[in-house]
Design a protein around this ligand. Structure first.
Ligand SMILES: N=c1c2ncn([C@@H]3O[C@H](COP(=O)(O)OP(=O)(O)OP(=O)(O)O)[C@@H](O)[C@H]3O)c2ncn1[C@@H]1O[C@H](COP(=O)(O)O)[C@@H](O)[C@H]1O
Length: 131
């Protein structure tokens, strides 16, 4: 997936300087960050609506539009895909996949705590449940 996003990022960055009459991306850059933000928000809402409506195929299509508009906004903001991958890897090291960072700023150089979960053998849990 990161390859697809990398390729799209490069294509979007290249389209930035094209003729807005010929390139939707160039037109989006010409219209500026507010329009980009509006399009991104619209696509996010479309993904939500299709997901809640139980339309997985539409979710796929709108997710592709959402990623496109997010990548346009990244390019506008000077963010590169590898910047995001690095942050995701930092979080994974810090807290494990899909765990959210604690609220509030986590110092960039925060030591990676060794998170040890208490391992309770299954049979002892079952014993506890038995009357
Ligand atoms: N990946 C995409 C891509 N995904 C979605 N879209 C555009 O996003 C639109 C989806 O959003 P909407 O439904 O809101 O479209 P819309 O209503 O027509 O948009 P507006 O009327 O609001 O401007 C689609 O109609 C596409 O035009 C994309 N446009 C371009 N790309 C890629 O971006 C690169 C540059 O392409 P050009 O913009 O054609 O130069 C190329 O690699 C393209 O493949």
């Amino acid at each position: 997936m990161s390859d697809s996003i990398g390729r799209l990022y490069r294509a979007v960055s290249a389209a930035r300087d094209l003729d807005p009459a010929a390139s939707r991306t160039a037109r989006l850059f010409q219209r500026g960050p507010a329009k980009m933000a509006k399009k991104l928000a619209e696509e996010a809402i479309e993904v939500v609506i299709d997901a809640l409506s139980g339309k997985p195929d539409a979710v796929v299509r709108e997710s592709a539009d959402l990623l496109y508009n997010l990548i346009v906004l990244w390019a506008q903001a000077g963010v590169k895909p590898e910047d995001v991958w690095r942050e995701m890897e930092r979080r994974e090291r810090l807290l494990g996949i899909a765990e959210k960072l604690p609220k509030g700023p986590v110092p960039k150089n925060a030591p990676v705590p060794v998170v040890r979960r208490r391992i309770v053998a299954l049979e002892s849990r079952l014993r506890k449940r038995q009357p």
